[in-house]
Design a protein around this ligand. Sequence first.
Ligand code: DGL
Length: 277
Amino acid sequence: MGEQEQMRDRPIGVFDSGVGGLTVAREIMRQLPNERIVYFGDTARVPYGSKSPETITRFSRQIAHFLQTQNVKAIVIACNSASSCAVEALEQEMDLPIIDVVRPGARAAIAATRNNKIGVIATEATIGSGIYSRYIKEQDCDAMVLSKACPLFVPLVEEGLWEDPVTDEIAGRYLAELIDVGIDTLILGCTHYPIIRSTIGRIMGDSVTLVNPAYETARELKRLLQEKGLESGHRPGLGTELYRFFVSDAADKFQKFANSILTYGILSAKVINIDEY
Ligand code: DGL
């Protein structure tokens, strides 16, 4: 087997602070069914959304080093908070293609807006980094970007309150100012938010387009793999483990959540000591 062929058969590394990145992994599984995935969820140190950029970058670096030991051919930063704080460091330091979730989401929002008023909802770390707003304005300087941190959405989703009056109430409060400004496009800038998409969509109304960066990221990954000749051309053979999951703590809890959102059932997640990387 030639070197390029061997490279094509390698898995894609996908990481997140915990379970949220599974919404991105799910899109990659849908759009790139021939690709193997090694997923890492930093369940011992979640959430990232309330941490400092320095800490998030340090964690992301360790995870990228771990994924490198798994012989991945590309790394997807499937976490908005980690993408916001660590993408530039990882791009400089790693000798691998790095795909983040922020840039594809920003591009899709620019393509979708008609009135140039774009909303971004995300964690405090992502909003604090100002990165969505920066990317959007770099490409369309006339765009108006209204950003809003929604820190309670992550615990609501993890508690399973996907369709619940409590979630409606909190979402109503968070989203009110975005409605007042008249945005026509809203970026779901956190891995958990697509899971409560129907609640957010109902409150924002039909005239607002919701952008899911997970979907856009999988498209971007496909394009990049094709461009670099790294796309796996065939379904991995029988006996090959298509998807492998690693976490830094609480594998059972991770597995339970994963099985509630992935159609592909996961049998186990392995706990590793991420501080070793
Ligand atoms: N995965 C994170 C994000 O997309 C949300 C959870 C966390 O705060 O760690 O920003």
